[in-house]
Design a protein around this ligand. Structure first.
Ligand code: GLU
Length: 565
């Protein structure tokens, strides 16, 4: 390992550690992280320590904002292999609370994908680890983008991942609560109704100056607030703002907007409300009201967290402990909710479970084991370092879990007919459902024979590599020498004994037509051995030398979805 590489990995861990500890990275913790990631460095401990010391010193000289910027600049760290499952680190401040309470707070505005479930899996895992409570809360206070079918899809995805929640809430049922707090804050002068147009407000805010609405007396503010509720203001004509320090170093935090007018109907509660809280307002109130002790969220919410903290201060509440994780990217996978929804609506995708998507629904349809998804995500852990996951890594996790479970079958894609002459009189072949588990029993592959001529089908791809004179083996059956490329292919029987020649899957009598939906949404058609007709929907099996597939439907023909090799 080059020194540069050690230095750059150490730098990421140092930055991540610093961000978790108020800007000061801890030398020992950084060395531990680095060694866990690269155990091969252990014999070079002394040298590594020197490098890390220098890096930590540099990092600790930066402000948290600079540290965050630097971490972003470094880009994601590739997740390449299974690290030893090492459990999650302890949560901070656990002793201060009688019970750990965590929550997953999805916006029902799109399907969950592999990146989203990080918050869900970690929050759930921590609640269970401490015998605490786990809450599911739908954050649906934007009537314009909440989608009705997402509530159930999200519930289904979570259950599939093995996540059970102790409580469920929907923010669209809690508007009266948010109104009560809004009114209280307005009457006590901690919030105000602002009717400035957005650019003028921004101009003043960026200079750290109050807008004319800010100082209006409380009764006038309350009048405006009632006006908002009563329909006097149209969209974008009035917002409730939370007062903050107007000189807050980050202008985006100054007097942030908390509630606004939205006139589009909400998919759950229709037109019952026209004033809706924005994310930071409802989230802070709910986290407090629901007794949430630890919030686990993406680091893109760091500025939001600062906003929320100002509301906690106004209300005299202690904010929950907040922990951030980095972004997850996945090459070749589209992880944008908006684009996914648009693509599905425009018919570009087959649905939310289109195999081109990295949604949980798509992974389920492709036959991934939920445990594989869980392990990948928990192995990423809880650090603000960005991570790049690849399909290959996900496949590797999944393969380890399903290889022993999936029974084996022969399948030939784009089949090509083969006639073999001179075959002895065998009626059928019996093969184990799984080579390592004889107790699971066998399947039967009947042979189509007329006299001494056997008819079999080979995969088009395999057939294309055969030359006249080549000897190959119909796997677990017999050896054949190719005599003519036909069509049909013709060959001669060359014995039953195992020979060191290419072994090809085949299908003979009773083959069933199967359609395979591939990861790029293309369709591959082929023939499978007869036993495949007896599989059930949802079963995951391995088509030998082709890949793992999940049975998706049985009628009008058998359709399976491809997982991976
Ligand atoms: N609804 C927010 C989201 O999905 C929750 C973020 C948070 O944890 O506060 O991004």
């Amino acid at each position: 390992m080059e020194l540069d590489e050690i230095g750059s990995r150490a730098l990421r861990w140092a930055l991540a550690n610093a961000l978790e500890h108020e800007g000061k990275a801890d030398l020992k913790a950084v060395i531990r992280k680095l060694m866990a990631e690269m155990p091969e460095l252990r014999p070079r401990a002394k040298e590594v320590r020197q490098i890390v010391e220098q890096v930590v010193e540099e990092v600790n000289r930066l402000s948290p904002a600079e540290q965050l910027a630097k971490l972003e600049e470094l880009g994601p760290l590739e997740v390449v292999r299974k690290r030893e499952a090492k459990g999650l680190p302890e949560l901070p401040g656990v002793d201060r609370y009688p019970k750990v309470v965590t929550r997953f707070a999805p916006n029902p505005n799109g399907p969950l994908h592999i990146g989203h479930v990080r918050a869900a899996l970690l929050s759930h895992e921590y609640a269970r680890m401490y015998g605490g409570k786990f809450i599911l809360r739908f954050e649906d206070t934007n009537p314009a983008n909440a989608v009705l079918e997402m509530y159930d899809l999200i519930r289904r995805d979570l259950r599939w991942l093995g996540i059970e929640w102790d409580e469920e809430h929907m923010q669209s049922d809690r508007l009266e609560i948010y109104y009560r707090y809004a009114e209280g804050l307005i009457s006590s002068g901690k919030a105000y109704v602002c009717t400035c147009d957005a650019p003028s407000f921004r101009r003043l805010r960026d200079r750290g100056e109050p807008c004319p609405c800010r100082e209006l007396p409380a009764d006038e503010q309350i009048g405006r607030w009632r006006g908002m509720l009563g329909g006097e203001f149209g969209e974008e004509k009035a917002v409730v703002r939370i007062k903050t320090d107007l000189r807050h170093p980050n202008p985006a935090v100054r007097d942030w907007p908390a509630l606004r007018v939205v006139t589009s109907p909400h998919p759950r509660v229709g037109e019952r409300y026209r004033v809706w809280p924005l994310y930071n307002f409802s989230v802070a109130i709910d986290d407090h009201e629901m007794g949430v002790t630890h919030v686990i969220r993406g680091k893109e919410h760091l500025v939001n967290e600062m906003r929320q903290r100002t509301l906690f201060e106004h209300l005299g509440w202690t904010p929950p402990e907040a922990l951030q994780y980095g972004r997850l990217t996945m090459a070749g996978a589209m992880l944008s909710k908006t684009q996914t929804i648009r693509g599905v609506r425009e018919g570009k995708f087959l649905g939310y479970d289109d195999p081109r998507l990295a949604t949980i629904a798509a992974l389920r349809r492709r036959g991934f084991s939920p445990e594989a998804v869980r392990q990948v995500i928990l192995d990423l852990g809880l650090t603000p370092v960005d991570a790049a996951l690849s399909w290959e890594t996900l496949y590797a996790y999944n393969r380890r879990l399903i290889d022993a479970k999936a029974n084996r079958y022969f399948f030939v894609a784009s089949p090509v007919e083969l006639l073999v002459r001179g075959v002895p009189s065998i009626e059928e072949v019996r093969l184990r459902l799984h080579p390592s588990y004889p107790e699971r029993g066998e399947r039967v592959l009947p042979l189509l024979r007329e006299g001494d001529v056997l008819t079999a089908y080979l995969a088009g791809e395999d057939a294309s590599h055969l030359e006249v004179g080549t000897i190959f083996r119909l796997k677990d059956l017999m050896n054949v020498e190719l005599r003519s490329k036909g069509p049909p292919l013709e060959g001669d029987f060359r014995g039953l004994e195992l020979m060191d020649v290419p072994k090809l899957q085949w299908v003979s009598a009773g083959g069933v037509e199967v359609e395979v939906l591939m990861p790029d949404a293309s369709l591959v058609r082929g023939l499978a051995e007869p036993a495949v007709a007896g599989l059930g929907i949802g079963e995951v099996v391995q088509f030998e030398r082709f890949g793992f597939v999940r049975v998706d439907s049985l009628r009008p023909r058998i359709a399976v979805v491809y997982g991976h090799r």
